[in-house]
Ligand binder design. Structure first.
Ligand code: FAD
Length: 300
């Protein structure tokens, strides 16, 4: 299936992030969402791994089903927090046996959640780059890693953050997917700094369509991402107007992507929160022609 789309004569590639369901209801919602968003022909999709490795089985099961039933190129997230190297290798072997060949390799947050002190496992990976190296040694994994345009909250400064990304790129990562951000200048500065440090891999902007501004702010605070004041203005007075709120959310994300495209970017990773309508509304606004004929025909 073609994964590139034309938009004003340019190729645009998209990927989607999902999380593993925690209940039957969420499971049904995930598969409905995957079915809808698959029509946008993503280059690949990813499934997260719970804090402290808490969703090993649900992640594996969602990834396996995505690969076998949808044909989507699917990456499993994998963290090495709270795990020995043998534990991590065992998960990798399970992924391999299920046909997984794409991994998003991460250090991860402790089971207590973001912000809890990180203590490396005594016989675990001390650095995410070591995990990337272990995966690359298999010879057939496509490995993505994380990047933090506003720096990771634990990084003492931007140089330390960029050094970490460089180690992961040098270890063989194919691309970095960024934490979400809303200020494109911040992303552009980070990209320039990364390129100046000799990091050549794609650093794919992570785009978060805003399903709920209040919840987003809580989450953003914990992971060190800022939520600019202009977003308060855009969403002001819309608390009780879900349709208008959704339209503004789609506008905001589409405007951000359009601006990044003007700056030369052509690849975007969308955080779906396992919900299709807002993500589809964003992509509709961009006028992408990714949509399969079936969907485009149905919408016509
Ligand atoms: P790294 O890139 O290895 O390090 C991040 C930064 O922290 C570096 O800049 C480094 O300087 C600093 N740092 C690392 N270790 C230390 C230390 N010991 N002392 C001081 N500074 C240090 N989390 C999950 O649990 N599951 C997921 O599925 C998941 N998916 C993610 C996907 C994306 C695209 C992103 C951006 C994040 C994701 N996370 C996920 C969150 C991530 O696990 C956390 O941000 C975690 O705190 C760092 O993991 P990392 O691999 O990004 O760390």
């Amino acid at each position: 299936m073609a994964s590139k789309a034309e938009n004003g004569g340019r190729d645009v590639r998209i990927s989607f992030e999902f999380f593993p369901p925690k209940s039957d209801e969420m499971e049904a919602q995930l598969w409905e969402t995957v079915g809808e968003l698959a029509d946008w022909n993503p280059r690949f999709v990813t499934v997260t791994y719970g804090a402290g490795g808490s969703t090993k089985e649900p992640t594996l099961s969602a990834v396996t089903r995505m690969i076998s039933e949808t044909g989507l190129k699917t990456a499993a997230h994998l963290t090495c927090v709270d795990a020995s190297t043998d534990d991590v290798r065992a998960v990798v072997e399970e992924y391999r046996a299920a046909g997984v060949r794409r991994i998003v390799a991460l250090r991860g947050d402790p089971a207590a959640g973001i912000g809890a002190a990180y203590v490396p496992h005594p016989t675990g990976f001390s650095d995410t780059a070591d995990l990337v190296r272990m995966l690359m040694a298999y010879g057939d994994f496509d490995v993505s890693v994380s990047a933090y345009p506003e720096k990771h909250p634990e990084s003492p400064d931007f140089n330390a953050d960029i050094d970490t990304l460089k180690r992961k790129a040098d270890a063989g990562a194919a691309r970095a997917l960024t934490q979400f951000f809303f200020d494109n200048d911040v992303y552009e500065r980070y990209l320039e700094q990364a390129r100046a440090a000799g990091i050549g891999i794609p650093i794919v902007p992570g785009i978060m369509p805003i399903q709920n501004l209040t919840q987003l702010k809580r989450f953003a605070r914990r992971c060190g991402a800022s939520v600019p004041a202009f977003l308060d203005d855009r969403f002001a007075g819309l608390d009780d107007k879900p349709e208008e709120r959704a339209a503004v959310a789609a506008d905001v994300a589409a405007e951000q992507i359009e601006d990044l495209m003007r700056r030369g970017l052509d690849e975007f990773h969308l955080y779906t929160m396992n919900r299709a309508p807002l993500v589809s509304a964003v992509l509709d606004r961009l006028g992408l022609r990714n949509r399969s004929d079936r969907r485009a025909g149905a919408a016509a």
